[in-house]
Design a protein around this ligand. Structure first.
Ligand code: DGJ
Length: 721
């Protein structure tokens, strides 16, 4: 074993090392894990943080020299003197919720174990895991804190399992996946709030004493708040200054909280939202928490993003399975619900001629689903639309020279559906109360095994042998009146989390049942744009907003925590296809921010536009490698000004792709864009203009002037000579 994770018995100290960081846990009195250090690798640690404060209780045996209220704790539990927000609260038979978990042993292993039923980061040859076991003698619970170290991405993944080793039942009322106490508070918090159509607008605010909560209680991670957030030195720049990044590999209700206490220390907590969660553990049962991830860098928020991008690409996202990411033509904005076999075959023919790889048939193809009033849940082929069956239609499409993908929304049911008429108790609902609709639909109880069986059987009957290459998995409403007919009253607190486990179970089934088909996740645009979905899919629909100006803001925000490879982008009919060359180029360059696709009626395009699209796709082929897998550098913020400038670089700096996207007109001014990824000793040539520049010049600053116009794209692709 390497020295990635070590334990020193004399110091009672665990050290977790990544390529650029060190994380140290000390066992106080051999019993209580304290957060000792998280930062750049150092040889000498500063003294442990400790202050005494009036009104802070202390365990009598230690005296005022030690209080849970003023230490930096590795995993604080409720009620034992730490007055800050806890990471865990377990209610045992005494009903108090107080626990006192004490270290009882540890294990260090190469690799990692899967987390049963949950997505988790795949290990590589250098991944190592530390498990610390703790016990609370009164409740009889055994807590295992898990740290999985990914050295090359500077990421540590954290989770826990809680086993009820007592003879009676206990209730887990709160269990955060990660707690990090940091002995300072002079941070800016960057996080990603939003709404439908305006997801993940990066927002920054200084911390001060008190709590700041970022959460979802909607049943999914939501458009409204992303689980990603970061803390950085006040005044840190994009590429310098100390910064910590956090995220959760989970797709349901989450809570992230940053608390600054009386001592100006900062507590970071993230995990399942305790407001909508409790979990009963009968004797011998185990609860497994989702995994949270954290990274540290002294190279600013830009490096936080790059660490997480690499981590998601290497350890979370499911490879798409094709030799390259397909350029899709999605039918939604072209036809909406007007699915028609002959029309779609024509779409496929036109798509093939444009260089598009895959036709994706969106909503409206199944059962009685001709609009959004009916049909969800009835996942069988519609013979009115496809007289010879779905398989024959798919063969006709493929004969035009494209692959074929299909839209599904497995978690939902319309009251006007055969499924609902047969099983009205299969949706989430509280007996005797109204069943609130949203987009005319109710939510299936994905925690009910009968529902999962029905979905698997029905999808299997409709899809097996049809030759599908791609699924677009949608989710178009949030959860309310959450109650499950498959759970007793004292387990209803589990319904939200069991719902998410059911979604993962079904997603895993799709992955296994159709191993050659790629999956794109979606939730009314970017409503479930989280790391939890990534192990099941290769990309996620970023937003239903395809207006390119607005999209720059959504995409730039999304890239704070999520890689370009997952950020599905379309040039759409609605806003983007115009004869105006400048605007057409702008809209396409924006859509080249992630996997490129189109969402339009290809039969209605002029020859000129078709020629443009052919050229766009050909050029995308030259850029896809660097955009999807290169390192991303933010240069300006489109929320703060007229321009969104950014650069992708291949990791060896052999190629740099610079985009300058001007959103709105402004009095012309010069932007000096410092491309710090450039190799200072190299000479580069721009593939578009032939311009020769040195790497040092690019690092010092490449000057670009804005103009009195809107929707203007300028791009350079520098190749080392
Ligand atoms: C919402 C999605 O975001 C759209 O792309 C489309 O698939 C519709 N749902 C279909 O109902």
């Amino acid at each position: 074993m390497s020295d990635t994770i070590t334990y020193s018995a004399s110091e009672k100290r665990f050290c977790l090392r990544t390529d650029s960081t060190l994380y140290v846990i000390d066992l106080y009195d051999g019993k209580y894990p304290l957060q000792r250090y998280y930062g750049p690798a150092v040889d000498t640690l500063p003294d442990a943080f400790h202050v005494y404060r009036a009104f802070s209780p202390y365990p009598t045996e230690y005296g005022p020299g030690f209080s849970f209220d003023t230490i930096l704790s590795e995993y604080p539990t409720f009620g034992n003197g730490d007055m800050r927000h806890e990471a865990m609260r377990v209610k045992g038979p005494d009903g108090s919720g107080v626990t006192d978990f004490v270290f009882i042993g540890f294990k260090i292993d190469a690799g990692r174990e899967p987390i049963p039923g949950l997505p988790y980061a795949r290990p590589d040859a250098d991944t190592e895991t530390l498990e610390m076991h703790m016990e609370d003698p009164v409740t009889g619970c055994v807590l295992t804190l898990r740290y999985v170290v990914f050295p090359h991405e500077d990421v540590i993944a954290r989770s826990y399992s809680l086993r009820n080793a007592s003879g009676g039942s206990v209730v887990l009322e709160n269990g955060m996946s990660l707690c990090l106490d940091i002995p300072r508070a002079d941070f800016d918090l960057t996080y990603l709030p939003g709404t439908y159509g305006s997801e993940r607008f990066n927002t920054k605010r200084p911390l001060s004493q008190g709590c700041f909560l970022m959460d979802s209680r909607r049943g999914s991670s939501s458009h409204h708040m992303s689980p990603f957030f970061a803390l950085s030195d006040r005044g840190a720049s994009e590429e310098s200054g100390r910064a910590y990044g956090f995220n959760l590999v989970y797709s349901g209700n989450f809570r992230s909280m940053v608390e600054v206490d009386q001592n100006q220390t900062t507590r970071v907590l993230t995990g399942i939202n305790p407001d909508t969660f409790s979990w009963k553990l009968a004797p011998g049962e185990v609860f497994h928490a989702p995994e949270a991830v954290m990274t540290y860098t002294d190279k600013g928020l830009g490096q936080v993003s790059r660490n997480f991008h690499r981590f998601a690409n290497r350890h979370l996202a499911r490879p798409c399975g094709f030799e390259r990411r397909p350029v899709v033509l999605n039918t939604w904005e072209g036809t909406f619900f007007n699915i028609n076999e002959d029309r779609l075959v024509k779409y496929a023919k036109e798509a093939a001629a444009l260089g598009i790889d895959m036709l994706v048939m969106d909503d409206g193809w199944f059962g009685t689903r001709r609009n959004d009033l009916a049909g969800l849940g009835d996942w069988w082929e519609c013979r009115d639309l496809f007289p010879d069956g779905l398989g024959a239609f798919v063969s006709r499409v493929k004969a035009q020279g494209v692959r074929f993908g299909i839209w599904i929304e497995p978690e939902m049911v319309n009251p006007d559906s055969d499924l609902y008429r047969a099983h009205p108790d299969w949706c989430l609902h509280v007996p005797g109360r109204r069943r609130s609709e949203s987009r005319n639909q109710l939510v299936l109880d994905m925690g009910n095994p009968d529902v999962l069986d029905y979905l698997k059987t029905t999808f299997s009957k409709t899809f097996d042998g049809v030759g599908l290459d791609y699924f677009k998995w949608d989710m178009n409403r949030h959860l309310c009146e959450v109650w499950s007919s498959s759970l007793p009253a004292d387990r209803q607190g589990e319904a939200y989390h069991r719902y998410v486990l059911g979604v993962y179970d079904l997603a895993d089934w799709f992955r296994t049942q159709y191993p050659d088909a790629m999956i794109e996740m979606c939730s009314g645009g970017g409503g479930r744009y989280d790391l939890g979905m990534l192990p099941y899919c290769s990309q996620i629909w970023t937003s239903d907003t395809t207006d390119a100006v607005h999209r720059t803001k959504i995409q730039s925000g999304s890239l704070y925590g999520y890689p370009a490879s997952m950020m599905s982008c379309h040039v759409s009919n609605h806003y983007n296809v115009v004869e105006d060359e400048q605007r057409m180029e702008f809209r396409w360059r924006v859509a080249m921010g992630g996997p490129l696709g189109y969402e339009l009626d290809p039969t209605s395009l002029s020859d000129k536009v078709k020629e443009t699209i052919r050229a766009q796709i050909a050029e995308w082929r030259n850029c896809e490698q660097i955009v999807l897998w290169g390192d991303y550098y933010r240069l300006t913020d489109p929320l703060a000004g007229a321009v969104y400038a950014y650069c992708h670089a291949l990791p060896d700096a052999g190629e740099l792709y610079l985009n300058f996207l001007q959103l709105v007109p402004e009095e012309p001014k010069t932007y000096v864009l410092k491309l710090i990824a450039a190799d200072p000793d190299a000479v580069y040539k721009d593939r578009y203009t032939g311009l020769i520049v040195t790497g040092q010049q690019l690092r010092d600053g490449f000057a670009v002037r804005s103009e009195r116009t809107d929707q203007l794209a300028k791009a350079w692709y520098f190749v080392r000579q």
